[in-house]
Design a protein around this ligand. Structure first.
Ligand SMILES: Cc1cc2nc3c(=O)[nH]c(=O)nc-3n(C[C@H](O)[C@H](O)[C@H](O)COP(=O)(O)OP(=O)(O)OC[C@H]3O[C@@H](n4cnc5c(N)ncnc54)[C@H](O)[C@@H]3O)c2cc1C
Ligand code: FES
Length: 353
């Protein structure tokens, strides 16, 4: 059983299977709809339901309020049709977005490495090449765990049958708990992707500032390696914030890249170094490191922020106070189920991601 969904204003038609969300079906049929978190917490995928009926699924009451449901709003990442539908989406495709079609893959775990006490790197060998843009993410299903979880791809698109992930264990987290405590080399998982709007706007040649927190280094790592491997000459700054030396990873890799590439600057920041860390680098939060480096003036750059919500919100405030505006700030917030329950949404400073 499937339902027919007409997407206005383009008039494209998709077939949505009974157990699919509108977004799952659209992306697999090459119809792009705006979205970010993919699981009902960020509200980026909000559309108008013009005709028909849906089950709102797991839409968070904060991302889709009761009043909005009554007004005919839906979140396409959660909504499943209960009849044929007409929906209206705000489709505004970025010229740098390549729109690679989402696919379902089988991926064997070929390596699991401890990067820090709380972050593991996984390598998945997938059954066929996946085209993606550096910075995008996959959704991963794990055995016995309801729903899929988003993880950003840390390698560059050049390795198209390999996916590297950097996964932080979330306290009480079901999926990241499984990955850290049970997952074995040789296990086969079912990733789908690529997803997301976090990629370098290469057509804009402004210098770029990456601000990453913890395992939020994953996307910037892919984006920076991609830029440098392709000989991009713009100036690239990476600020990576972690708590202490034991949580700092790929430090050597980025130091070597900074030595090799004149246009790359790497600044790690520790906000709680241990006494025996003997830390000589920047002490403080990562946005403070960026403020110190740029003397609080960010105009003329593009910024890409990746990591937990508090880090991103602090970085947005710093960047905007330093005269960088919304159109030049892009972000990937590592939202979890707790954020959805707390009413976490897009930054109040932003109308849309
Ligand atoms: C686009 C995107 C890309 C991401 N990329 C990465 C990445 O590269 N690396 C990375 O480490 N992380 C990344 N994340 C974050 C990652 O997806 C989450 O950490 C992961 O989904 C957590 O899953 P979990 O099952 O372990 O935790 P969950 O079980 O989802 O729970 C998370 C927390 O919320 C609590 N919780 C669960 N349900 C509820 C509820 N109903 N009410 C209140 N609290 C609740 C849990 O107790 C736990 O503390 C990304 C997130 C997004 C959106
Ligand atoms: S993409 Fe649907 S709520 Fe985030």
């Amino acid at each position: 059983m499937s339902y027919r969904v007409i997407v206005e204003p383009t008039g494209e038609v998709i077939e949505v299977e009974e157990d699919q969300t509108i977004l799952q079906a659209a992306l697999r049929q090459g119809v792009w709809l705006p979205f970010a978190c993919g699981h009902g917490t960020c509200a980026t995928c909000k559309c108008d339901l013009v005709e028909g009926y849906v089950d709102h699924g797991d839409a968070s009451p904060f991302a889709l309020m009761d009043m909005e449901r009554d007004e005919g709003k839906i979140l396409v990442c959660c909504a499943k049709p209960e009849s044929d539908l007409v929906i209206e989406a705000d489709i505004d495709v970025d010229p740098d977005f390549k729109g690679y079609q989402v696919g379902d893959y089988s991926g064997e775990i070929t390596a699991i490495t401890d990067l820090t006490p709380t972050i593991k790197e996984l390598v998945l060998k997938i059954d066929r090449p996946m085209q993606f843009q550096a910075g995008q993410y996959i959704n991963l299903d794990l055995p016995g765990i309801d729903g899929s979880r988003a993880f950003s791809i840390a390698n560059t698109p050049a390795a198209d049958t390999e996916i590297r992930l950097q996964v932080r264990q979330v306290p009480e987290g079901a999926a990241t708990g499984y990955i850290h405590e049970k997952l074995q080399v040789g296990e086969v998982l079912t990733p789908s992707g690529p997803y997301g709007q976090f990629f370098v706007r290469k057509s804009d040649v402004k210098d770029v500032i990456f601000i990453a927190g913890g395992s939020g280094l994953s996307s910037p790592e892919s984006m920076i390696l991609d830029l440098l491997e392709n000989g991009d000459s713009r100036k690239i700054y990476l600020f990576h914030g972690v708590r202490n030396v034991s949580e700092l990873y790929h430090d050597e890799l980025f130091k070597e890249l900074a030595d090799k590439h004149e246009n790359f600057v790497y600044i790690p920041a520790l906000n709680e170094p241990e006494a025996d860390d003997n830390w000589q680098g920047f002490k403080g939060f990562v946005h403070e490191a960026a403020i110190a480096y740029f003397d609080g003036k960010f105009a003329g750059h593009k910024a890409y922020l990746c990591g937990p919500s508090p880090m991103i919100d602090a970085a947005i405030t710093a960047l905007m106070q330093g005269r960088l505006f919304e159109k030049d700030i892009h972000m990937e917030k590592f939202l979890t189920a707790a954020d959805g329950a707390d009413g976490e949404q897009r930054s109040a400073l932003f109308k849309r991601i």
